[in-house]
Design a protein around this ligand. Structure first.
Ligand code: ADE
Length: 238
């Protein structure tokens, strides 16, 4: 899989590219990370990437030209074997990002993420993308952190990156019910040594060696925690 990220702050991705999950996916030959500087596609001696909005208003808006030229160049470099390309813009007005979206993006051969900045981007850019992604109902300075969130959540799912079973058991994993419907639950609580930390004891069942009892305990805890913290996940289940 290739992930191309279009940004006006490419240097923000230096340590991200060196992070464990990204390095490992690259070493396994599962991931190519391509950071593209939008500014290098800007024309003129000032290489202007933004301008004030028509009709007035605060701040500066990313211009179409540099973003769409960068996008065209990146799409042209798509491997001839890549069957599926998906282009997404990161914006607080996008569709809320979820584990389900991360799982479906894994099937994409070339994922292109466009980071907005300042007060947003020219609306005409959005007609060149397949989707708009928001990572939550808050406004960040730019789309760089959201792009890292998306790239990390996808890269860690790529084959070889996760220990077997850990993707199925972590937060937001799917529980298949007998009636064929599915529930996404938060993760059950976990403990490590010592078994007694200053009087706070690890639940007895986890020390029992009884795998069936442990499985049942964890499932019940995952349900309890989900009901308590995220009842919306139980309501939204199909
Ligand atoms: N850019 C700024 N804030 C954002 C958010 N919450 N999600 C995606 N992109 C953004």
């Amino acid at each position: 899989m290739k992930i191309s990220i279009l940004t006006i702050c490419p240097e923000l991705f230096d340590s991200f590219a060196a992070s464990h999950v990204i390095r490992r996916a690259k070493e396994l030959g599962q991931l190519e990370l391509n950071i593209v500087d939008i500014r290098s596609y800007a024309k003129g001696s000032y290489r202007q990437i933004d301008d004030s909005p028509f009709g007035g208003g605060n701040g500066l808006i990313l211009r179409c030209g540099p973003v769409l030229d960068a996008l065209a160049a990146v799409l042209q470099e798509t491997d001839a074997n890549a069957n599926r390309t998906y282009v997404a813009a990161l914006t607080p007005s996008g569709v809320p990002y979820s584990q389900g979206t991360a799982e479906s993006l894994m099937a994409v051969d070339h994922l292109v993420l466009i980071c907005g900045h300042y007060e947003g981007m020219d609306e005409r850019i959005y007609s060149h993308v397949d989707g708009l992604i928001s990572i939550g109902d808050y406004v960040l300075t730019g789309g760089e952190l959201p792009a890292m969130v998306v790239a990390d959540s996808v890269a860690r799912l790529l084959p070889g990156n996760l220990k077997k079973g850990s993707a199925e058991e972590e937060s937001f994993s799917v529980l298949n019910r007998e009636d064929g419907s599915q529930l996404r639950l938060l993760e059950y609580p976990q403990y490590t040594q010592p078994a007694d930390f200053r009087g706070e004891k690890v639940p007895e069942v986890l020390l029992s060696g009884n795998h069936e009892a442990i499985r049942a305990y964890r499932q019940a805890e995952a349900l309890r925690i989900t009901k308590e913290r995220r009842p919306d996940l139980l309501r939204d289940s199909d």
